[in-house]
Design a protein around this ligand. Structure first.
Ligand SMILES: NC(=O)c1ccc[n+]([C@@H]2O[C@H](COP(=O)([O-])OP(=O)(O)OC[C@H]3O[C@@H](n4cnc5c(N)ncnc54)[C@H](O)[C@@H]3O)[C@@H](O)[C@H]2O)c1
Length: 441
């Protein structure tokens, strides 16, 4: 469904009127396209304090294809290395570095702050590092013009290269709808490998996507194929015709299957032999307030969104069907983080995904060499959200820092970054793809 308000604010009278009325000013977002796959221009690299990562980071940033500089008039991106921030004096250097340039960052530009994990033994370092989170989340809310602001924390002892895939993603048009996020790298991650090609990191890899007949799942499949993967597309047997069409279009294989079947894991293992990427995307809603919610509505949502994910993951990991260096990406939702009236069942299932990811990640890394992460979409323009009544839909669209809904491809790009062999150091993360939604912020 077209976002007419976004189109209107793009016209001179629309801009004039909405500004005068103090209404949201969504900017058209720059997304990935084959013609313009990267940001263009200068990437400003600044450092607060004495960072141990300075040189290694400079070479990681050089890999983005941007022109890395120490001073810039109109940067397309700014990276502030604040890993050495250990107190309020070095925290002030972050302010000093960004204050003069923030206004001149290009539209759809990127600000990435690199931090360290807040220390358990040094409360001054912890205060300053936690301070970065408030800083980043606030700047994300005020920066406007389609620009995003994110914080990447590098675990103690991890090299700057642990952040490479994440920086490449955040400093590209692929992360257009990801803002206000805090992402930790180098902690519970698996093996850190560099893909042969950053353009096609999934070449030679097999990915299975559940709920792939339409919506976000279809977009995920398409993006993983773009990035080199061979795909197996799973959806309910009643969606077989649509599934076959998507499979044909993408050169993938269709697996019509209801994931609530007890033997789903075994059936998948039989069909594919081994997988590199497992994307748990299938999900349903059956909204009702708790007082009006019969047990069937509760159990059907919990069964599809969480029980099946737990069961299938367990079976496939136990069978060794997810190869070392592989990735599991599950789909949560901002409703699972913020809660939503009428969605006790759905939010419980999606919060359950967050619990699953955080708990399983260290063990999956140690025992299987597999990463486990979640994407948590916000308001995404799909058939599901087009069916939402107009007023609620408009509110959902605008109540985020980018003042618009995301597209299925935004979730797909995030999934592909997490699925990449270059993201072996990223695990146990829940990344919201929500334009920095005010819900669950
Ligand atoms: N659209 C949004 O704004 C939004 C926001 C937050 C989270 N999400 C989550 O993203 C995921 C995809 O959402 P979408 O908007 O594309 O939904 P959608 O309804 O368009 O697609 C979901 C797909 O999952 C399939 N599916 C449902 N039950 C299944 C089962 N038992 N076995 C196999 N396949 C099954 C459906 O047939 C469908 O093709 C879901 O997990 C959803 O909860 C979506």
């Amino acid at each position: 469904m077209a976002d007419r308000y976004l189109n209107f604010t793009g016209t001179p009278p629309g801009r004039f009127l909405t500004r005068r009325l103090g209404l949201p000013q969504p900017a058209p977002l720059r997304r990935w396209s084959p013609e313009r796959p990267s940001l263009e221009g200068q990437l400003l690299h600044v450092t607060a304090g004495e960072s141990a990562h300075r040189e290694a980071l400079a070479s990681v940033l050089a890999g983005t294809g941007l022109d890395v500089v120490q001073a810039a008039e109109r940067p397309a991106g700014v990276v502030v290395d604040a890993t050495a921030v250990a107190g309020l004096d070095t925290l002030a250097e972050v302010h000093a570095a960004l204050h003069p340039v923030v206004r001149s960052v290009e539209a759809s530009g990127r600000v990435v702050v690199l931090g360290a994990l807040p220390s358990a033994d040094d409360h001054h370092q912890a205060a300053a590092q936690q301070g970065l989170e408030g800083f980043v989340r606030s700047l994300g809310k005020e920066i406007g013009r389609g620009r995003t602001v994110n914080l990447v924390r590098i675990a103690a002892g991890a090299p700057a290269t642990a952040a490479e895939s994440t920086l490449r993603f955040l400093l590209s048009p692929k992360s257009a709808y990801v803002s206000g996020q805090v992402i930790e790298v180098g902690g519970t991650g698996g093996e850190l490998t560099v893909p042969e090609s950053w353009e096609r990191p999934l070449a030679g890899r097999t990915a299975l996507i559940t709920g792939a007949a339409r919506g976000i799942g279809e977009a995920v499949a398409e993006t993983l194929v773009r990035d080199g993967a061979q795909v197996v597309l799973l959806d309910v047997p009643s969606a077989e015709a649509d599934l076959a069409k998507v499979a044909e279009r993408l050169g993938g294989r269709a697996l019509p299957l209801d994931i609530t079947a007890a033997d789903t894991g075994e059936r998948i293992a039989e069909f594919v032999d081994a997988l590199d990427v497992l994307v748990h995307n299938a999900g349903i809603t059956r909204d009702r307030r708790l007082a009006n919610m019969p047990a069937e509505r509760w159990s059907s949502v919990l069964d599809v969104n969480l029980a099946s994910v737990l069961r299938t993951t367990d079976t496939l990991l136990k069978a060794g069907a997810v190869r070392r260096g592989g990735a599991i990406v599950a789909t949560a939702s901002i409703a699972g983080i913020a809660g939503n009236a009428g969605q006790t069942n759905y939010a419980a299932s999606k919060a359950g995904i967050v619990g699953l990811v955080r708990s399983l990640a260290p063990r999956a890394a140690a025992e299987h060499g597999v990463t486990v992460n979640a994407v948590a979409p916000g308001f995404i323009e799909t058939k599901m959200t087009a069916a939402v009544p107009l007023f609620i839909r408009e509110a959902g669209r605008r109540m985020n820092s980018l003042a618009q809904g995301g597209l299925p491809v935004d979730v797909a790009e995030t999934t592909s970054w997490l699925a990449s062999p270059g993201s072996g150091a990223v695990s146990g993360q829940v990344v919201r793809v929500c334009g920095q939604s005010l819900l669950g912020a």
